[in-house]
Design a protein around this ligand. Sequence first.
Ligand code: GLN
Length: 378
Amino acid sequence: PQSKLPDVGTTIFTVIGQLSAEHNALNLSQGAPNFSCQPALIDAVAQAMRAGHNQYAPMSGLAALRHALAAKVEAIYGCHYDADSEVTVIASASEGIYSAISALVHPGDEVIYFEPAFDSYSPIVRLQGATPVPIGLSLEDFSIDWDEVASAINSRTRMIIINSPHNPTGAILQQQDIDRLTALTRNSDIIILSDEVYEHVVFDGHRHESMARHAELAERSVIVSSFGKTYHVTGWRVGYCLAPQALMEEIRKVHQFMVFAADTPMQVAFAEALADPQSYLGLADFYQHKRDLLVTALQGSRFELLPSYGSFFMLARFSHFSPLSDDEFVLSLIRDHQVATIPLSAFYHHNQPTGLIRLSFAKDDETLYEGARRLSGV
Ligand code: GLN
């Protein structure tokens, strides 16, 4: 068949995961915990299954979970979403991102996003017959050049995809970014797709700039978040989407035919888990400890670490001691030092070498110590 995505291969996370397993490498690559969730969460799922919650959930999600989410979002970000028409439970943030782009982007539209970027955005845009417009983040501090965004916007611009805390760099949006984004989209019909899956993983007392904190932006935003990241269960594939009713109606038209509904017993369990705000508010300290542990353990290594303000990730520079490309360097780390990381180049559409690798600190402390030991031997 003629490929719709001829230049797309298997995702980097799968490729590195396989290589890592072949070489018996320690895995600091995927942003997925290697430790378990709260046992009570598993008990709650088992309980829900035994109680008979094993058939389709409502297409938009269990009412109890949608109401718990609306209450949570209003409490922490101050934005009111109607639980029935503006909150949808999705079968992973990935599904929500796909459904939102597919529902809202038309052939011929342009979609602005920022590179390095999570690897799904651009292919999804192209599958709609639309044009991805990547804008490079500063290689110094991964900030957004809003003047460049301003000059990229034209009458075909339908959507801007933002992601804070940012995978893969750990950068976060600041108030000045919010101000520029607000001014640039005012009086336009541009939709903001805000990937906020690391919303609770923000460090050093910074606050997460959710679109739901900013009324003018919230009116044009689709927010996507993830239970997998927040509750250490990335394999459960449940997330949620928030959007004004007119946008949500369109997103649900796609969601209903892609997956119909997300897993039922997990939704029962998450509705219960949300009753304890500490279940998400404690996450920043939990991951800050892991980031700090890795930074400390890598002191004295040859890597230059870039600051991470949020997410599960931190970038490390190697270009001052190795002439290899990102891909070659990552391969050599796996083969010669048995430690797996992700080449930053994988997050660029031209796969351009950056001299940087991405480390995931969503790992138990022992793995982080051992990973740092192996990296220190480079
Ligand atoms: N979001 C995670 C990461 O960036 C995992 C993505 C995936 O495996 N599809 O590592």
